[in-house]
Ligand binder design. Structure first.
Ligand code: ADP
Ligand code: SF4
Length: 683
């Protein structure tokens, strides 16, 4: 297949100062939970994107000095020359495919804990550091400012030595000392670095000019800048100082990488923002600079990309998440394979990897984070090792991914689904408020297997042990999913909740299945991810009086890891959902329930029907029946193995397909990156 000529514009080369990008696909800097801690993992992950056609591939934040020590976050580091080889490996991988490597240098000042370096934090003014640790950052004096400029310059030279083609000056997300100087809230100085915008931007301008002077002859010098802090007047706004600043410095950098702050806003999930949500903020930028502009907005549609370029909004299509979900997105556009694009669903499970200081994972792309460790490629997979058949029972995320990947390997696959649609939980959950895009998990795989002659799909086929015996496949994967339990067992109440005999409690399955409760509903969230919150939203939209109860001190606590917690709580409170935090559900009787304060045990009683979102149980009966019946080569995968995220189910489906018929590939029990021992021992 060849490219549709209407996408030609996306493949035009674009100059960034002294370097030229081969097309307009630009992977902006993004965290990944790998960085300096898992550098081979990081380098392999970035290399895959170069192979997939991204013309520019950037690092995450790269620390320039120990006084900006972001530990335990696993970003990049260029404190001294010893750090160069780790990042050089990334550059080499990117250059293999003719792409450009960009390095986002940063000094994060008061955003850092400096727990490893144990240095005092630096800031424009005396200020507590941003985390709640009992530490304060010190107001930088002129010598500190000179030192910061020197560190940045030296780091830029190191970046060039590592092989980077583009070097960033980072003023985005309120995550850098430069952006702290810009901020009217953080910068209380009365010298030439405080007060007017020109003064607050002085450090930014100086570092930008230093960087151009140091490496600008051979490297493109880019700026990442948040045009709007999303806090109104005390911050930058796209119509106010955000615009003024770009006008002031319009022609100094070789590229403007623009977005909105903070990270929660920049990487908003599909539950809260649609693709293209930043456009209104950044549209003005091209009107005030002749330099190329890159912006983001979870763009996955090449038509939208073309209209952004033709409409004069962007020169480069920036992407973090779309490049994670599909590292081969540009190649697929180039080869006219639009239907094969694995579109990001905007769930931010990728961010949760960074937040837990481990290599990121992705709901749509199970190979993400496993490029080095397991050698998994997002597009290639080994052919089958034998002419064998595989029966997959259940077409949720696990079963669908197993069928897709086994089909790609050439196995004869039968996918049997009891329901009338493919997709399992995703098909149901995509109906819930804000989760429509999650349906892409099913859509992508359904289309892929529809193109495979060796994958047969059967709907409304409830598989039993007898049927398996009759079919006698060579292998069986049981991907039969899970259900929410009804007895209250969970994190807070490990022995369950006292529920009076005849009173019916509900679970999320009932509401997802279409049940409309009568009267007020009390939702008890002991899962702490999204389900209780979205069920509460759905019911309140239908006019139900909803009280959300949790033993946590806030709603949907785990959604901090997906950058959503603040938005979830705000939306729930504004929707009129009554929120009762720090309360356990201690007893349920017909039409009422007791709540117990987690600190004082004080009991209060609420009227309503109880809905329990505590935990799920695997639907694994078929699996154990098959084992009992002596059926061979049976494996249980996905939620039927252990209920978890959709990402985990997709991963297990993929892993099953990868490993079927293959000898164990790992030379050691578990491949991993090892730190090397220092020669400088003992002290
Ligand atoms: P996962 O997330 O692990 O993929 P899901 O719950 O999304 O799990 O999907 C499980 C799917 O398995 C559901 O669509 C369900 O209808 C189907 N299923 C469960 N039991 C059987 C069975 N015995 N035969 C066929 N399909 C089944
Ligand atoms: Fe997109 Fe979710 Fe994958 Fe992140 S984890 S890239 S948000 S699909």
């Amino acid at each position: 297949m060849t490219r549709d000529p209407r996408y030609d514009i996306l493949f035009e080369p674009v100059k960034i100062g002294p370097v030229t990008a081969r097309n307009r696909f630009y992977q902006v800097p993004h965290c990944n939970g790998m960085g300096r801690v898992y550098p081979s993992t990081m380098a392999a992950m970035r290399r895959t994107k170069a192979e997939g056609g991204w013309a520019v591939i950037c690092t995450e934040e790269v620390e320039i000095h120990p006084s900006g020590d972001h530990s335990p976050w696993c970003g990049g580091r260029l404190w001294d020359d010893r750090d160069i080889p780790y990042l050089a490996r990334m550059c080499d991988g990117i250059h293999e495919f003719g792409s450009l490597a960009g390095c986002e240098l940063n000094h994060a000042g008061q955003m850092c804990n400096n727990d490893y370096s144990r240095m005092v934090q630096l800031a424009p003014s005396h200020m507590p550091i941003s985390s709640i640790a009992p530490k304060q950052a010190r107001a930088m004096d002129k010598q500190d400012i000179r030192e910061l400029r020197r560190w940045h310059r030296e780091a830029a030279l190191r970046a060039r030595k590592a092989g980077f083609d583009i070097v960033y000056v980072y003023a985005g997300h309120q995550l850098s000392t430069i952006s702290h100087f810009l901020s009217r809230q953080r910068n209380h100085r009365t010298d030439e670095y405080g007060g007017s915008l020109e003064n607050r931007a002085r450090l930014f301008r100086e570092i930008l000019e230093d960087t151009k002077d140091a490496v600008g002859d051979t490297c493109g010098v880019a700026v990442r800048f948040a045009v709007d802090d999303m806090i109104g007047e005390p911050g930058f706004t796209a119509g106010g100082e955000g615009r003024d600043l770009i006008e002031m410095m319009a022609e100094i950098p070789d590229l403007w990488d623009v977005n909105i702050a903070t990270w929660e806003h920049d990487s908003a999930t599909s539950r809260f923002k649609e693709s293209g949500f930043q456009e209104d903020f950044i549209r003005f930028v091209k009107g005030v600079t002749t330099k190329p502009v890159v912006g983001v907005g979870r763009y996955t549609s090449p038509d939208a990309m073309v209209s952004l370029v033709k409409g004069g909004v962007l020169d480069f299509i920036g992407a973090a998440r779309p490049s994670i979900a599909d590292p081969f997105l540009p190649r697929k556009v180039e080869e006219g394979r639009i239907e094969d694009i694995r579109e990001c669903i905007g769930c931010n499970i990728c961010v949760s990897g960074d937040h837990s200081f481990t290599p990121m994972r992705c709901t749509q792309n199970p190979t993400k984070g496993e490029e080095w460790r397991k050698g998994w490629h997002p597009e290639r997979i080994a052919p089958k090792t034998a002419d064998e058949s595989v029966l997959i029972v259940g077409a949720g995320p696990a079963g669908l991914e197993a069928a897709r990947a086994l089909g790609q390997r050439g196995y004869a696959v039968t996918l049997a689904e009891a329901g009338s649609q493919l997709g399992g939980r995703v098909t149901k959950e995509r109906q819930l408020p804000g989760l429509a895009e999650w349906g892409r998990v099913a859509d992508y795989r359904t289309y892929q297997i529809s193109q495979m002659a060796n994958v047969e799909t059967f709907l409304e086929s409830h598989v039993t042990t007898e049927m398996v015996r009759e079919l006698a496949p060579d292998h069986v994967a049981v991907a039969t999913g899970s259900h929410w339990r009804r007895d209250g067992v969970g994190r807070t109440n490990m022995n369950g909740i006292s529920i009076a005999g005849s009173c019916g409690v509900l679970t999320p399955d009932d509401i997802i299945g279409g049940l409309k409760p009568e009267g007020p509903v009390i939702i008890f969230d002991d899962e702490h991810y999204y389900m209780a919150g979205v069920i509460a939203e759905k019911l309140v939209q239908e006019g139900v009086d909803v009280t959300y109860v949790t033993a946590s001190t806030e709603v949907s606590t785990w959604t901090h890891h997906t950058l959503e917690q603040h938005f979830v709580q705000t939306r729930m409170m504004k929707a009129g959902i009554k929120v009762r935090t720090a309360q356990n559900l201690s007893a349920v009787r017909a039409g009422e329930a007791d709540l117990a304060c987690i600190y004082t045990d004080e009991i209060s009683t609420l009227r309503g029907t109880v809905l329990l979102a505590t935990m799920r149980l695997p639907d694994d009966a078929l699996y154990y029946e098959l084992l009992e019946a002596g059926v061979e080569n049976v494996k249980v995968i996905g939620d039927a193995h252990a209920p978890g995220t959709i990402a985990a189910a997709v991963y297990e489906g993929h892993q099953y397909a990868r490993e079927l018929g293959e000898p164990p590939t790992e030379a050691v029990p578990f491949e991993r990156e090892l730190v090397s021992l220092s020669e400088n021992f003992p002290i």
